[in-house]
Design a protein. Structure first.
Length: 267
């Protein structure tokens, strides 16, 4: 049985953590129309992975540190490019990809970074599980503490600022939470498709037309289904779990849209 393998047990544990954390972060990004920020930071995280491998520390912690820095940089640059959000993302993406390519092409890495690009269940270790668990628990605790203010900011940032909410400070804190979600996802889904794991389950849940809390719960449910299906099926058909999970997420979204369309046309 596949459950008898230690690497798959580790991958399953991380996948469950990812499936809960990513949509909890993603729902706030999507509502604020910042889904592309998640995608930008996920690509920038490769630089953190490369730095971690170069310095012989945990690549997950390296990804978390560099992605948190890039998230804070995005918030800082928003003050200078208020009308050009896409330009900010281009700047941060150039920084992250530039650092990653420079380190990887230097020939000084003692490990292969390819598994972090596409995700691999074979490379997940027990140490990764504990690192991911620690980051996930810290991120969920922060989300619980900041929940009301994050919802307020998601619906109307200007009104939240007028009401006395410390919008800038919370935005910086939220960028760290996004970094945590990305860092914990790298081993399983890979750098290339982390953005889809943050946004697609939320996009699927939004099609149901429920309130915020139910949308969040449905996002988590769809995320669990997507990631678990991607993990198990990719193992048996021998493909990278990240790419297949992304495909399954798109298929789930299209299925919900089609079901919604058919239901509207029924008498």
């Amino acid at each position: 049985m596949i459950f008898g393998y230690a690497f798959f047990q580790n991958a399953l544990a991380i996948s469950l953590l990812i499936s809960v954390l990513c949509p909890c972060i993603g729902v706030f990004l999507v509502l604020r129309r910042y889904a592309m920020i998640g995608d930008t930071l996920s690509h920038a995280s490769l630089a953190g992975v490369a730095a971690g491998l170069l310095l012989d520390i945990s690549p997950i912690l390296g990804a978390f540190a560099f992605t948190a820095f890039c998230g804070a940089l995005i918030e800082f640059l928003r003050g200078y490019f208020r009308k050009y959000t896409e330009l900010i993302l281009s700047i941060v993406l150039a920084l992250g990809v530039g650092v990653a390519i420079t380190i990887i092409s230097s020939g000084k890495l003692h490990a292969n970074a390819n598994s972090f690009l596409f995700g691999s269940v074979l490379t997940v270790t027990r140490e990764d599980v504990w690192t991911v668990l620690g980051l996930s628990l810290a991120a969920v605790a922060a989300l619980i503490v900041l929940y009301d203010r994050l919802v307020y900011i998601a619906y109307d940032e200007d009104a939240a600022r007028i009401a006395g909410v410390r919008v800038e400070a919370i935005n910086y804190a939220f960028s760290v939470l996004v970094a945590a979600a990305i860092a914990v996802s790298i081993r399983i889904v890979g750098v290339m498709v982390i953005g889809s794991m943050i946004a697609l389950p939320v996009a699927t849940a939004i099609q149901l037309g429920r309130g915020f809390r139910l949308t969040l719960l449905w996002s988590v449910l769809f995320s669990v289904i997507d990631i678990m299906a991607g993990l198990f099926l990719s193992y048996y058909i021998n493909v990278a779990p990240g790419g297949f999970t992304a495909l399954f997420s798109v298929a789930a979204l299209l299925a919900v849209i089609m079901g919604k369309t058919i239901a509207r046309r029924l008498p």
